[in-house]
Design a protein around this ligand. Structure first.
Ligand SMILES: Nc1ncnc2c1ncn2[C@@H]1O[C@H](COP(=O)(O)OP(=O)(O)OP(=O)(O)O)[C@@H](O)[C@H]1O
Ligand SMILES: [Mg+2]
Length: 260
């Protein structure tokens, strides 16, 4: 069953400069589904509209046309308040609050929801432990490395337990070693918690490595160029995927399509 369904979604921005009005078409007739518990990646060139798509899915931007269905509830623009907590969003620039300690960043969603402080402390503690950051609870975000900040963003989303998680190029700026570590952590978390993940990237290896299915978007205005089922067995070779023949075959097949 698909938990998330996007149908004929289009978006154009109206840009006005010096009295001249222009319509910039960014997304055009985009349709795809994400099955419950699935890991779907979306890959597309820079500027094709990937972040715009996620912003529409969480209701930060209204679409120009088309609709989105989450768990059988269809909306086109305004996300039903009951659904806000069902979609976690890890944005492209991690938006941790610089003035709050790690502990206070992670507990923020619980604070908003009015959860009592002792329970907040317990849940933050468990999650910090899970990602190996327990000793950094009393640090500020600027005192962390890029990979640590990504872990904090991830657990700040996990803390309110949304069934769907959208991730916008979360590991783009990290070194290869840290990125592999985070891939491992994310996949293990996904398998344990059965979350539904929609993950944006512009790295083809990452897109195939993580996914059950990968969706290729064309240049702006973006529409779905093609979709690939990634039937590679798990656990996958996260460190040297190109040494795996099955992986490489699929990679080359998608790469040819990507370069068109
Ligand atoms: N508020 C806005 N007003 C006008 N144009 C916008 C607005 N937001 C985004 N755009 C345009 O929409 C296009 C897609 O932007 P978006 O950020 O979604 O791309 P992206 O695929 O996420 O790129 P990247 O991979 O670099 O993050 C760009 O051409 C951008 O200039
Ligand atoms: Mg983007």
């Amino acid at each position: 069953m698909s938990l998330l369904r996007v149908e004929n979604l289009s978006k154009s921005f109206v840009v006005e400069r010096g009295g001249e009005v222009r319509h910039v078409n960014v997304l055009q007739n985009l349709s795809f589904t994400v099955p419950e518990g699935g890991f779907v990646t979306i890959i597309g060139p820079s500027g094709c509209g990937k972040s715009t798509l996620l912003n529409i899915l969480v209701g930060l931007l209204p679409p120009s046309a088309g609709s989105i269905t989450v768990a059988g509830h269809t909306y086109n623009g305004r996300l039903h308040p009951g659904f806000k907590r069902r979609i976690g969003y890890i944005t492209q620039n991690d938006n941790l609050f610089p003035w709050r300690l790690v502990f206070d960043n992670v507990r923020y969603p619980l604070e908003l929801a009015g959860v009592p402080l002792p329970e907040q402390k317990e849940r933050v503690g468990e999650l910090l432990e899970m990602v190996g950051l327990a000793e950094f609870a009393q640090h500020y975000p600027h005192e962390l490395s890029g990979g640590m900040r990504k872990r904090v963003s991830l657990i700040r989303t996990l803390i309110y337990d949304p069934p769907i998680i959208l991730m916008d190029e979360p590991f783009g700026a990290l070194d290869a070693y840290t990125r592999t570590e985070l891939h491992r952590e994310l996949l293990s978390l996904w398998q344990r918690t059965k979350k539904t993940i929609l993950f944006i990237t512009h790295d083809l290896i990452e897109a195939i490595l993580l996914a059950d299915r990968t969706i290729l978007l064309g240049n702006r205005p973006a529409s779905v160029q093609c979709e690939y089922e990634v039937a590679l067995p798990r656990p996958r070779h996260l460190e040297y995927p190109l040494e795996d023949q099955q992986f490489t075959e699929l990679y080359l097949r998608v790469l040819k399509e990507f370069k068109r």
